[in-house]
Design a binder for this molecule. Structure first.
Ligand SMILES: C[S@@+](CC[C@H](N)C(=O)[O-])C[C@H]1O[C@@H](n2cnc3c(N)ncnc32)[C@H](O)[C@@H]1O
Length: 275
């Protein structure tokens, strides 16, 4: 079969299985097995056709595309991902851009990424601001293994452990704290896609009935680490556009507390400044 015919039949199987972006995913998988690019697909060998069909079957069973290819793009980097680590999302890229804008005028900024997962945020900041010092904190040893690989050569410093009480030696000295913590309300279980529910690690997703448990820890930790005038940015669910900023405001330690939208116009991250 030709590359074009394979993509068409693969996409049709994915569409029937309820995959959200069947044409894109089928073309990505054929590009992966043929070692070409989605826009300039090579014609597959018979062995590659078999491999492609296997991957289409796994994608139709709702394994995430990024787990099948082992990579995820995040800002200007390609990251290693797979079972055991959260797949970084495009909406988080917007938050990284926001914090980079805030520290644009700060010389050699000190930045902390809480709940780093694959190291996506820490790696982006460390490479886009090569004069920065970036610390990344992550509790899951499986995620830490991916972060170690993704942060190699970036200069970011990885710490395995709980964000609660982390890095006391940096108290009151940090220019920016950024976090994409677990925040999905347990009550939203039904609305989460199979890819997320069955393949992203539970520790990366859930955080109490209202999803705010870990955001409260991020707020306390940011208040402790930031220097006066330092900025925080913390991602949250679209239904937390009021409740997440309120967590930060309630500490009494921040000013200019606001909520920011993602590219789809949904409430996506809370921001503010240490008093
Ligand atoms: C939603 S994922 C985000 C990962 C990454 N920052 C990103 O944007 O792709 C949340 C991460 O927080 C980690 N985590 C959850 N609770 C934690 C805690 N108390 N201390 C440190 N990391 C934690 C999870 O293991 C997971 O890797």
């Amino acid at each position: 079969m030709s590359a074009k015919a394979l993509v068409t039949s693969g996409a049709s199987r994915l569409r029937d299985a309820g995959v959200a972006s069947p044409d894109f995913d089928a073309a990505e998988l054929l590009a992966f097995v043929t070692g070409s690019s989605r826009l300039h697909l090579s014609e597959p060998t018979p062995v590659q056709q078999v491999r492609f069909e296997e991957l289409i079957a796994r994608r139709a069973a709702r394994e995430p595309l990024q787990h099948l290819t082992g990579t995820a793009a995040f800002r200007y980097r390609e990251l290693a991902v797979g079972p055991g680590v959260f797949v970084p999302r495009p909406e988080t890229e917007v938050m990284v851009g926001w914090i980079l804008d805030r520290i644009a005028g700060v010389q050699s900024p000190l930045v902390v990424d809480l709940c780093t997962g694959s190291g996506a945020i820490a790696g982006a900041i460390a490479t886009e601001r090569p004069d920065s010092t970036v610390h990344a904190v992550e509790l899951s040893s499986e995620a830490v293994a991916y972060a170690r690989r993704n942060l190699a050569g970036t200069g970011a410093i990885l710490h395995e452990g709980d964000i609660d009480g982390c890095l006391p030696e940096l108290d009151g000295t940090v220019d920016a704290v950024i976090s994409n913590p677990p925040y999905i309300p347990l009550t939203a279980w039904e609305s989460v896609t199979a890819e997320v529910r069955d393949h992203d690690p539970a520790l990366a997703l859930w955080s109490g009935d209202d999803g705010l448990d870990e955001i409260k820890v991020v707020a306390a930790t940011a208040a402790r680490l930031l220097k006066p005038g330092g900025w925080f940015a913390c991602e949250h669910a679209d239904v937390q556009g009021e409740s997440a900023p309120a967590v930060f405001a309630a500490t009494g330690k921040f000013t200019e507390v606001r909520d920011q939208l993602d590219l789809a116009g949904r409430h996506r991250f809370a921001t503010g400044r240490r008093i």
